[in-house]
Write a protein that binds this ligand. Structure first.
Ligand SMILES: *[C@@H]1O[C@H](CO)[C@@H](O)[C@H](O)[C@H]1NC(C)=O
Ligand SMILES: *[C@@H]1O[C@H](CO)[C@@H](O)[C@H](O)[C@H]1NC(C)=O
Ligand SMILES: [Zn+2]
Length: 694
């Protein structure tokens, strides 16, 4: 089989469907694999091995044409091989592993199921080389781990393979020869990223992320920012040239999906994006390499995995005819619009952040009150703080994010802060931040690169954003407090936009690939747009970076602060600006700069600050301090906040592997099978329990 057959992404699914429909397995005499283990005592009398023509569709590209029955596993006929789970696995392994280790795994397996036949002195199988098996296992073991599948028993290098001395066959030798030729005339335009455009359960999501990070371990890493209410990992993946830490002057961005559990398209797009970044980087795509080499991109596909589970179950039930009557009696709405929006405590996460916008509005007339790094008031902690919200707050305080996008659904528009109206009784009121220009440009970047968001004649989901070209100020659309974007802006340096991806919050599976195509360029352009405005380092006279120095731009009442090593980023539009750097205990320095309209990288503006004796605290400053005991640096005053009391007894706060094992908090009543399990059970073959781990 030629690998180009797999070049289109959809082919993989078609393959599964065909298999599931036409796989008709006869009753087997014996459990798969047991023959080889000598556990089958009901097999007919010993048969004489015979060489015969190889007629196995998925193995016909081996470099020999005659095989032997019984084969190395004791399967006695072509028919018996074809109805075994081993062969089924080989026929779907390409899709299961997302094209990784293909066709190596298949050929290796084929060489066990259909070994080369040696006629003389009497018909006998030629085993494949142990060294080949070991090399494949080394390179592909992680791919199996990534989908929580055990290494197949029949690829046990010790049992079914032979050494060079014993005489062995290398099933991959012709492949290597072909690859060398292929490399020399590889066309750069070939679509070569293989992505499964289906919905992913939480377990599948974790496995895609981990497998992607394993495949691209030099530019990628997964990490957990915390747990959901029900204890599921909030797993993020980062892409950058040196994953694991911040690099001086390298801007950091984040993409967050599925904050509302029933708004699922963003979650899928981010999973596709992660795989796309990895594959394209490996394939040498210059644009992707430049992005990853110069940026640190953090992707959190699901901020609300608990809500997703509810929403997905609801949608599944509504598609299941047997469940329909029940649901109709109950009078449920089956549109997937509301179930699962909130987290497991019924909290809307986009209303659950500290409402700093009100604090700003109350104080904005006070001289010197600035629109940045507003502390979280103690009163916030008296309310219900979702563990998802808490995890995200901790995350955005610990990474110097420059910009961010939160992906939602239900409309087709980009909205940007403020989301909370500056007038208490005006539900729809233009409420700009001091960074209106930068936000507008950021929103434009996404909307204009999206296939239809900025179109005049795109059908909208109710509201009309035609006049504004598909972008809108949040509070002008509708006002709400406690949103994540306002919090990002008022508490940190980060500028976050809200991307409403389309009317349908839970589109059908066929829409996923077209939606990826509509959004791919927009996502890439958005990420690249972080390289605008200015960046630089603030240092003292000895050349040490100053952490927490303020960078202010005249005319914009919002400072950004420097990161750990004194580096900063300031998104802003073209023109002449006066920039001032200041830090406690140092003199101020101002510079006048000119930013041309078109720049492909940010202007570099560094500062050196002189130490000065610390000034006594001025009266204005004092006023603020006495009006509130809150300070920016104080985070979560109730450090032992009860939310951690929810952890399972015996393992408080201990990191747990996400995945297949019974989900925490569910009493372990149901052992969840991996997502690929259905491929084997639906096909009617006896269940390959040997593919389950542990
Ligand atoms: C990105 O960085 C890698 C590793 O340093 C380098 O090999 C590659 O050429 C770079 N690509 C681009 C486009 O800068
Ligand atoms: C859409 O309409 C606006 C205002 O009516 C107009 O300025 C803009 O050029 C139109 N865009 C396109 C692509 O037709
Ligand atoms: Zn939403």
């Amino acid at each position: 089989m030629d690998t180009t057959e797999y070049k289109t992404v959809l082919a993989v699914f078609t393959l599964f469907n065909v298999l599931v429909i036409c796989w008709c397995a006869p009753q087997r005499f014996c459990e798969p694999g047991h023959e080889a283990l000598g556990r089958c005592n009901n097999s007919p009398a010993e048969e004489k091995p015979v060489c015969s023509e190889m007629n196995l569709g998925y193995c016909n590209d081996l470099d020999y044409s005659r095989t032997i029955f019984p084969n190395i596993l004791g399967q006695r006929s072509r028919h018996e091989v074809e109805s075994g789970a081993e062969y089924l696995l080989l026929s779907v392994v390409h899709g299961l592993l997302n094209g990784e280790c293909s066709p190596d795994i298949r050929l290796l397996g084929c060489s066990v199921l259909a070994p080369r036949c040696q006629d003389l002195p009497s018909p006998a199988p030629v085993k494949s080389c142990r060294s080949t098996c070991e090399a494949v296992r080394k390179g592909c073991g992680h791919a199996f781990e990534g989908i929580d599948m055990a290494w197949p028993y029949f690829l046990d290098c010790d049992r079914f393979f032979a050494s060079e001395q014993e005489g062995c066959h290398d099933p991959l030798a012709p492949l290597r020869a072909r690859q060398e030729v292929a490399f020399s005339n590889l066309s750069p335009d070939e679509p070569s990223t293989i992505i499964q455009f289906t919905y992913h359960s939480n377990a599948q999501m974790y496995s895609v992320l981990k497998r992607t990070a394993a495949k691209c371990s030099h530019i990628s890493k997964t990490y957990s920012i915390g747990r959901s209410t029900e204890g599921k990992d909030l797993l993020a993946i980062e892409f950058t040239d040196n994953p694991g830490g911040h690099e001086l002057l390298e801007p950091e961005i984040k993409l967050v999906g599925n904050m509302h559990g029933n708004e699922v398209l963003g979650r899928q797009l981010l999973l596709y994006l992660a795989q796309y970044l990895c594959s394209e980087y490996l394939l040498g795509n210059q644009r992707i390499q430049t992005l990853v080499n110069t940026t640190r991109v953090h992707i959190l596909p699901s901020m609300n995995p608990d809500g997703y589970e509810l929403a997905a179950a609801e949608v599944e039930a509504s598609n299941d005819p047997e469940q329909q009557p029940h649901y109709n009696q109950e009078g449920h709405e089956l549109n997937g619009w509301t179930v699962g929006r909130t987290n497991a405590q019924n909290l809307d996460l986009n209303r659950n952040f500290p409402d700093l916008t009100s604090i700003l509005y109350r104080n904005r007339r006070i001289k010197g009150f600035r629109t940045d790094h507003i502390p979280i008031p103690d009163s916030y902690w008296f309310g219900k703080v979702a563990s998802e919200t808490y995890a995200v707050m901790k995350w955005i305080r610990s990474v110097p994010f420059v910009q961010s996008a939160s992906l939602h659904g239900g409309e087709l528009v980009i909205s940007y802060p403020f989301d909370f109206s500056r007038h208490l009784h005006e539900e729809r009121m233009f409420s700009p931040t001091p960074d209106e220009q930068a936000f507008k440009q950021l929103a434009r970047t996404y909307a204009d690169s999206h296939a239809s968001m900025a179109d005049n004649n795109t059908e909208r989901c109710g509201a009309s954003f035609i006049r504004s070209g598909g972008i809108i100020n949040g509070a002008l659309w509708y006002s709400f407090p406690g949103g994540m974007s306002d919090f990002n802006y008022l508490h940190t340096n980060c500028l976050e936009i809200t991307v409403e991806l389309g009317c349908d919050k839970f589109p059908s599976e066929e829409e996923l690939y077209p939606e990826w195509l509509r959004n791919k360029e927009a996502l890439l352009s958005f990420m690249e747009s972080v390289h605008r405005g200015i960046k630089g380092v603030v240092k003292d006279e000895e050349g040490y970076g100053i952490k927490g120095a303020s960078i202010s731009v005249r005319g914009i009442r919002k400072d950004v602060t420097t990161a750990e090593d004194g580096d900063y980023w300031r998104l802003m539009n073209s023109g002449t600006h006066i920039i001032t750097a200041s830090a406690k205990g140092y003199s101020k320095v101002s510079k006048r700069i000119y930013l041309p309209a078109h720049m492909d990288k940010p202007g570099r503006v560094d500062f050196v600050l002189k130490k000065v004796p610390v000034q006594p605290v001025g009266p204005d400053y004092h006023l603020f301090l006495s009006s509130s005991l809150d300070t920016y640096d104080r985070f979560d005053p109730y450090n032992q906040f009860q939310r951690y009391g929810r952890a399972e007894p015996g393992e408080p706060g201990e990191p747990r592997e996400p995945g297949m094992g019974g989900e925490p908090g569910m009493g372990g009543e149901r052992q969840e099978k991996p997502w690929w399990w259905n491929y084997f059970t639906q096909a009617g073959v006896s269940a390959p329990t040997w593919l389950l781990r542990n």
